[in-house]
Design a protein around this ligand. Structure first.
Ligand code: M6R
Length: 366
């Protein structure tokens, strides 16, 4: 059932545009500027009363929640915390009856996330989840479920589950912003339109594999990679590093680009590939200056930026071009690039892409 693809992971990467469409279907209306998520039973009074949202999650789902934080804080102006599920319950978390705790879990069976949600509920919070598996334990135990429609994900390294989680985060942010009164109809329309354009933009990303093949040839022998991103690209840097570790067994770190000068800059030499996520957005100039700093120290650069950005060619060894997209949805596009970098390096090395050593698809022990 790999449908001609060499691995399930590759098939699942290519399926992303269709699964995003499935996830948005029936929930968004550009004309009305509305997102309807009746499954969450959120009404205006309940949303206005929310004092904070706490996301609990593990692994890739944790990074989806971090992107969700940017979206919700910006458009619904609700304070958001993102906590590793395995840490949440051991630190006497502060939640109230007006706190909404949202578990993010593809499988709905991750033990740490389940335990964190049980703890939140015991403390009196309302619990919701973003989940891909109908009737999974986390889905059954939550007060409301926002299902992603990624379909079954076979590859242990999560891809389409992640991007559909991001689509769900986008819808949630718009829905909360409208109910809270912080997002005007016209602005909601633009954000919905941006979400609807993602599948076509992803298709553009999936057309050309040559930069990834070049990266695999040039960099598969590296012992370590550094991924840098700022703003909503920071979680994508972390996700890119996780993907590379999982399937190619190369050490990688995802860092906030602004933190580079506070430590990791000491690592930079000719051996260290640095992946810089720098699409045109409000922090572009700052991130582009990181590129120059890495270059000045002899680092090797893989730049992921927009079509037509010639500055990147000046500094980078390889440039991956992203189609233009609204800042709100840029993480959904740029993550495809880091997925493909990891995939092509792992495939070049010949590791077991779909079943990496020591990993299980869902981690049901705490
Ligand atoms: O099923 P979940 O979303 O709760 O799983 C969480 C993590 O175990 C999962 O994302 C893991 O990090 C993946 N292997 C990442 O590719």
């Amino acid at each position: 059932e790999k449908q001609g693809y060499k691995h399930f992971m590759l098939k699942e990467i290519f399926e992303q545009p269709a699964r995003i469409i499935d996830t948005l279907r029936g929930r968004v209306s550009v004309e009305r500027g509305e997102v309807n998520l009746p499954e969450l039973a959120l009404d205006e009074d309940a949303v206005k009363a929310i004092d904070k949202i706490v996301f609990v999650a593990c692994g890739t789902s944790f990074f989806a929640a971090q992107v969700g934080r940017y979206m919700i804080e910006q458009h619904a102006r609700i304070p958001v915390e993102v906590e590793l599920a395995s840490e949440f319950r051991y630190r006497d978390p502060i939640v109230s009856a007006n706190t909404v705790v949202i578990g993010v879990s593809q499988s709905g069976e991750t033990a740490d996330t389940l335990a964190a949600l049980r703890e939140a509920r015991a403390l009196g919070a309302r619990t919701l989840c973003v989940c891909n598996v109908i009737e999974s334990t986390i889905a059954r135990e939550s007060d409301g479920v926002l299902y992603t429609h990624a379909g079954p994900e076979i590859g242990v390294a999560s891809t389409k589950a992640f991007t559909t989680q991001l689509a769900a985060m986008g819808m949630l942010a718009i829905c909360l912003g409208r109910l809270r009164g912080t997002l005007a109809t016209e602005d909601a329309r633009k954000l919905i339109e941006a979400l609807r354009e993602v599948p076509a933009e992803m298709e553009v990303m999936l057309r050309d594999m040559t930069p990834y093949e070049a990266i695999a040839r040039q960099f598969s022998k590296a012992h370590s990679f550094l991924y840098l991103g700022r703003g909503n690209q920071f979680p994508i840097a972390a996700e890119g590093a996780l993907k590379l570790k999982e399937i190619s067994y190369i050490h990688a770190e995802g860092y906030a680009a602004g933190e580079m000068k506070h430590g990791p800059i000491a690592l930079i030499d000719k051996q260290l590939p640095v992946v810089v996520l720098c699409p045109k957005n409000r922090v572009y100039e700052k991130t582009a200056s990181n590129l120059e700093e890495v270059r000045a120290r002899g680092g090797r650069i893989i730049a992921i930026g927009n079509e037509g950005d010639e500055r990147l060619d000046q500094f980078a060894d390889v440039v991956i071009r992203l189609p233009e997209a609204a800042e709100f949805v840029q993480p959904l596009i740029s993550v495809v690039a880091v997925q493909l970098i990891a995939y092509h390096i792992a495939d070049f090395k010949g590791t077991d892409v779909d079943q990496p050593r020591n990993l299980a698809k869902s981690v049901t022990v705490e």
